[in-house]
Design a protein around this ligand. Structure first.
Ligand code: PMP
Length: 470
């Protein structure tokens, strides 16, 4: 039965204004890489619900596993009893962990909760309090997770104080450190690690520092892969001072970057690994993985949660893992990634667009395109509706070229390029997201996206960039 009025108006009236959206329609159906809205319009979904539906929408094997589990057992509170899908999931995850020493699991519902649990564990294991995070990081919207989130003020503005004892260093990237474009990654890493040394000498003594938390590919902060030497440097500092290294693979994990986990590329072993999103392909599940030698020290009852490790979500996650293997998804990531990079680099080096695209970067199918102005844009909103805010905040008839900003190369560029391009893509039938406060569009297509759909996505993007630049 339909609500008493038009669905859209109903939503505007009764859904909290605290939420933002990139589209105003009502999503009715999702199938593979495509979603259908209430007006019948289909969109190619290159957001994956922010890196969640990695196997596409409603993958039949995943949905069936969840449906079957619904008929067996939906809920068995983890403080009442373990259930079989919980254990089957661990069995599937053990062999793909970035290090075999990661052998102790705790499942939660969301990434934020898992981050909170990771911080709690690090404090307990070390008997220290302070946490070091990265500038530009996103770890979630609960108070501890917000405290280590440094990507955009909107998430915590007006709600301070957050969890105390948090310090940050720059992530090794030039738009963060105000370094010249294309500064070698070794220099950026050295700079960030130097800032870490300073921090430990000036602000938080190692003996007070419980953990460093890092995303191996900065997500919200601009889709920036960490240079391996940076992660290795963090590991060394942690080893030297007995600090826990928490690696947040909520967005970068489960094949997104072409490896099961992005941290693998650096050879770095996390002390605590945080997982979510692609783990359940849309069924709410997250996890914190550590070593038994550490987690054996936890007091029974110190962890838990009503829905933590829900049976249906665990069963779905088992099916996700099986499909990833059976359907050779990591291989598809590599093939489609090559196609995506060559399409984006062709745009980058197209003289007609030069130098509007400043950078194309990423790993696998976690790819960022940074536009001309690397200066911070107060109009760029990753989760905010650029359809209704960013773009609409400009005079409707103002041509894109009417607003320019300084560019590190000295060139002039239209402002809000990322939001404008994203808005154009949506008009043309592709859902796509920007990131944080930088002029970056992020590509997060499904990991099983077909060659044809990747081609369509690249075409829509290219047309949109050309129209915005024109
Ligand atoms: N960590 C990272 C790296 C994320 O990308 C996100 C979500 N975008 C989170 C944590 C928080 O996850 P959730 O939204 O499920 O709480």
């Amino acid at each position: 039965s339909s609500p008493p009025e038009d669905l859209h108006d109903f939503g505007v009236k009764h859904v909290t204004k605290g939420l933002s959206r990139i589209t105003e329609g009502i999503m009715m159906k999702g199938e593979g890489s495509w979603v259908t809205y209430d007006d019948g319009r289909k969109y190619l979904d290159f957001t994956c619900g922010i890196g969640v539906t990695n196997l596409g929408h409603a993958h039949p094997k995943v949905s069936k596993a969840a449906a079957d589990q619904c008929m067996e057992l939906v809920h068995s509170q983890c403080s009442i009893s373990l259930h079989e899908p919980y254990l089957r999931l661990i069995e599937r995850l053990l062999p793909i962990m970035p290090d075999p020493s990661l052998d102790s699991f705790f499942f939660w519902n969301s990434g934020s909760e898992a981050v909170e649990a990771a911080i709690k564990m690090a404090r307990w294991f070390t008997k220290r309090q302070n946490i070091i995070c990265m500038q530009g990081a996103y770890h979630g919207r609960t108070f501890g997770a917000m405290a280590v989130t440094k990507s955009k003020t909107i998430y915590s503005a007006g709600t301070h104080p957050l969890m105390p004892g948090v310090f940050s260093i720059p992530y090794p990237y030039w738009h963060q450190s105000n370094m010249p474009v294309n500064t070698p990654t070794a220099v950026l890493s050295d700079n960030a690690l130097y800032q870490l040394d300073l921090l430990l000498a000036q602000q938080t003594a190692p003996a007070d520092t419980a953990a460093i938390i890092v995303e191996p590919v900065l997500g919200e902060g601009g889709y920036v892969p960490a240079p391996p030497e940076f992660l290795q440097g963090l590991r060394k500092v942690c080893n030297k001072h007995g600090i826990m290294l928490i690696v947040d693979e909520v967005q970068s994990g489960f094949g997104r970057t072409g490896n099961w986990f992005a941290v693998t590329e650096s050879g770095v072993k996390p002390d605590i690994l945080v997982i979510a999103k692609g783990l359940g392909n849309g069924f709410p599940i997250s996890g914190v993985v550590s070593r038994r030698e550490l987690t054996d020290k936890l007091k029974a009852g110190s962890m838990g949660g009503t829905y933590a490790g829900n049976a249906v979500s665990c069963a779905a996650a088992v099916a996700v893992n099986k499909v990833m293997v059976e359907e050779n998804i990591l291989e598809n990531v590599q093939l489609r990634s090559n196609e995506l990079f060559s399409a984006l680099n062709a745009l980058k080096y197209d003289p007609a667009l030069n130098p509007h695209i400043l950078d194309v970067r990423g790993r696998g199918l976690m790819v960022g395109v940074e536009f001309g102005s690397s200066s911070v844009s107060s109009h760029s909103h990753a989760h905010e509706p650029f359809t209704t805010h960013s773009a609409a905040s400009l005079p409707p008839d103002s041509p894109p070229h009417s607003q320019h900003s300084a560019h590190p190369s000295g060139a002039k560029h239209p402002q809000n390029m990322a939001s404008r391009v994203a808005k154009k893509c949506i008009e043309k039938g592709m859902l796509i997201l920007t990131t944080s406060v930088y002029e970056v569009i992020r590509f997060i297509p499904p990991l099983n996206v077909t060659k044809d759909d990747m081609k369509t996505g690249c075409q829509i993007f290219a047309e949109s960039v050309r129209e915005v630049v024109r």
